[in-house]
Design a protein around this ligand. Structure first.
Ligand SMILES: O=c1[nH]c(=O)c2[nH]c(=O)[nH]c2[nH]1
Length: 288
């Protein structure tokens, strides 16, 4: 026997928008071109009740229109940082959708560097970098805006000045101590700005990237956890505009390969770069 719950059925939280809008812009007002290569996702919140419950689309901005808008606004608004472009899109969508109360724009920027020819950066030829720049901007009809920036898929490694020692030993512990190991990780980061007015988003993004890499190199790492905290602290000390920062550091293990079996000495030269389960170390560093 099936039981039917009595009561009214209503529409719960909902949002809609367009994903994977691939906007590519070339700035070509001089011989030295610039490119922006973006994946944009737009998501709207508001009163979309009539569309869901009555099939009345009359107040809905089509997702196809949202896609067109991303390209159209790129002409005048995608001239600097992706954060500024996202803020312009949000202003637009809050205005354009009659029942829209909130909007989120998430952007992934793929990074292209100039190809160097005989030591000279080329004017219109580029090579795609590994690593991505991210931005998530939220806004509502009250005028509130929040800006989060990020880094994804930046693979870094150091061949020494890292260890893992004096950790808890109990019945199932087999791992030996080491004070000299390879430290490798694929950086994901996101951080929140405490304002969106008067911020040079490009300078700050480059600064966080630079500081992340610098601090990664500049100390003996007793653990990924300690390195995560040190990097976050260095970023917050340098940039008062940033309220808090989150890192995800998978520990991509490099295990010394046993060559003694073959009578070959292996003084931390030959490693197995594992695909096996990896450690995953994540955390926020924030202002108290
Ligand atoms: O930096 C590390 N943190 C850990 O928590 C951990 N655990 C482990 O087995 N190796 C490591 N390395």
């Amino acid at each position: 026997m099936t039981e039917t719950k009595k009561g009214r059925i209503v529409l719960g939280q909902n949002n809609y928008g367009k994903s994977e809008v691939r906007v590519f812009r070339v700035k070509r007002d001089t011989e030295r071109h610039e490119v922006w290569d973006l994946d944009v996702r737009v998501s709207l919140e508001g009163d979309f009740e009539a569309a869901h419950t009555e099939g009345d689309n009359s107040k809905l901005l089509a997702t196809d229109t949202m896609r067109n808008t991303c390209y159209a606004l790129a002409k005048d608004k995608l001239t600097g940082s992706i954060e500024e472009y996202a803020l312009a899109l949000i202003d637009h969508f809050l205005e354009a959708g009659p029942t829209v109360t909130g909007c989120r724009v998430e952007i992934t920027q793929y990074l292209w560097e100039r190809i160097e020819v005989d030591g000279e950066p080329h004017e219109h030829s580029f090579i795609r970098q590994r690593g991505e720049r991210k931005a998530t901007v939220r806004g509502d009809e009250s005028g509130a805006r929040s800006v989060e920036a990020g880094i994804d898929d930046v693979y870094v490694l150091k061949t020494t000045n890292s260890g893992w020692e004096n950790f808890l030993r109990e019945r199932f512990t087999t791992l030996p101590d080491t004070n000299d190991r390879i430290l490798a990780t694929i950086v994901t980061a996101k951080w929140e700005y405490n304002t969106h007015e008067g911020i040079d988003f490009d300078r700050l993004w480059n600064g966080v990237m630079e500081q992340t890499l610098k601090t990664f190199t500049d100390h003996y790492s007793p653990s990924v956890q300690n390195t995560l905290y040190r990097i976050g602290k260095a970023v917050l000390e340098r940039f008062p505009e940033i309220e808090r920062i989150w890192y995800s550091f998978p520990n991509v293990h490099h295990i010394i390969y046993d060559l003694e079996r073959f009578g070959i000495e292996n003084d931390k030269e030959i490693f197995h770069a594992t695909q096996d389960p990896y450690g995953q170390i994540e955390g926020w560093v924030e202002r108290a």
